[in-house]
Design a protein around this ligand. Structure first.
Ligand code: LLP
Length: 427
């Protein structure tokens, strides 16, 4: 469920016309729906209520301070992956005791800050990292609470670039050797192993990986406890998929049905690190058609959003629904099956202005005919859209707007050319 609907043939976000927003704030423009964000958060909170989880919003998916603050105000903690994200989480008002620090390459400076702020948990991914945390905790006179991030070695489940629990990726400690590794940490004066962490990949559209992860985790927790570790936290990461193409995603309750009994059996407190599930369908990218052209037997729609605004199609061949903000009368509704050639549509490549053949938002897509000046909406762009944006080709990053009912507030202004050169030392 989301709050992007067509009314009188114009796309609305909640009560606000997206065409009006584009006039007011310009394009490319990210538009988020507050009601949709909170709806998805509530779905998770309700589905997992039986085990009273700590939901740590994964701020890498969308780190705008207003969105992080909204999450924190509604009870979440934060999953951070860097000093920069830790800074954001704290700035948005997230209490340190609700922050978990993940990431395969934490630097000494980042670890020091996290120790100093006393974050809830370090998700530890290597022996080297463990040694660094132990050293820095000793120097600071602290005890670091860590969860061992385990790579449970499951079958492939997502795009190869976002699968984190197959053998051979850089993430986590190998499940075969983690017990041996943990043995050396028993009774450590500055590192306390309090939990297990697994992030299986993203986006995941089946409960099976979670079922397998839970199975392996339960065995592991028994072994770690037998060694004398107090394992009372189980962090299952994020990864819950969303609707990109049609209604392909599972509800939160389906994941909960598999995860909750496992957590209850373990006696652990559940931590979740969802990002995409909360923010993915809560955001769209609005762009304006600059030109259309036919060449090489193809029809191109050249619009002002690019791989610099939304890199997912370029990087992962991801599918995002695209439809005009004000479609023509004879093709009013976006299709439910995007593979189909709908009457009145033209197979189009939707591309941006960047000088790369890989700069596209969609290829060979059935789209109503559009002309210069028309607006397009790229849906399900709230997660890993703006968060992965860049300034390549001298492109200022887009503005972001948060809609709540009839109100729309600018939560990030469009960058200026001056913004782009400011960090460079004057010539
Ligand atoms: N926890 C950890 C340790 C993670 O690495 C991630 C995502 C999450 C939580 C949040 O996963 P989510 O609930 O959002 O699926 N840029 C890619 C996705 C990369 C995911 C990275 N890690 C994309 O656009 O599909």
């Amino acid at each position: 469920m989301d709050h992007f609907t067509y009314r009188h043939r114009v796309l609305h976000c909640e009560e606000v016309s997206v065409a009006d927003l584009a006039e007011r704030f310009g394009t490319p423009l990210y538009v988020y729906s507050r009601a949709t964000l909170l709806h998805h958060l509530r779905q998770l909170q309700e589905a997992f209520a039986a085990v009273r989880p700590l939901i740590c919003y994964s701020i890498k998916s969308n780190s705008n301070l207003h969105i992080v603050r909204l999450m924190v105000e509604h009870g979440t903690g934060c999953d951070v992956t860097s000093g920069g994200e830790l800074y954001r989480a704290l700035k948005a008002g997230c209490p340190a005791e609700k922050i978990v620090f993940a990431g395969v390459g934490k630097t000494d400076a980042e670890i020091r800050t996290a120790l100093d702020r006393d974050v809830a948990l370090f998700n530890v991914e290597s022996e080297g990292e463990l040694l660094a945390i132990a050293d820095l905790a000793r120097a600071a006179g602290r005890v670091a609470r860590v969860a061992l991030r385990v790579n449970p070695d499951l079958p492939p489940k997502t795009h190869v670039k976002t699968d984190t629990s197959v053998k051979g990726v850089k993430f986590g400690l190998d499940i075969e050797t983690v017990v041996e590794f943990a043995q050396r940490l028993v009774g450590h004066p500055h590192v306390q192993v309090v939990g297990l962490h697994m992030h299986l990949g993203s986006p995941i559209l089946s409960v099976e990986p979670y079922r397998q992860g839970i199975e392996k985790g339960l065995i592991l927790i028994d072994k770690l406890r037998a060694q004398g570790h107090r394992i009372d936290v189980w962090n299952m990461g994020g990864g819950f998929g969303i609707h990109y193409r049609k209604q392909e995603a599972l509800p939160a309750s389906a994941f909960a049905a598999v995860i909750v009994p496992g957590i209850q059996a373990s006696g652990c407190r559940l931590i979740l690190e969802p990002g995409r599930f909360i923010v993915g369908n809560a955001g769209i990218l609005v762009s304006r058609v600059i030109y259309t052209k036919d060449s090489g037997g193809k029809h191109f729609v050249i619009q002002d959003a690019a791989m610099t605004d939304l890199v997912r199609p370029t990087l992962y061949d991801s599918f995002h629904r695209i439809w005009p903000v004000a479609p023509p009368a004879d093709v009013p509704a976006p299709p439910s099956d995007y593979e189909a050639d709908l009457p009145g549509t033209i197979r189009s490549d939707v591309v941006g202005p960047v000088c790369e053949s890989g700069d596209f938002l969609a290829k060979d897509r059935a789209l109503p005919p559009v002309v210069r000046g028309d607006l397009l909406a790229t849906f399900s762009a709230g997660a890993y859209g703006m968060a992965m944006a860049s300034n390549y080709n001298g492109r200022p990053r887009a503005a972001e707007v948060l809609v709540a009912g009839r109100d729309a507030i600018l939560i990030r202004r469009r960058e200026t050319f001056e913004d782009l050169v400011r960090p460079e030392v004057e010539v």
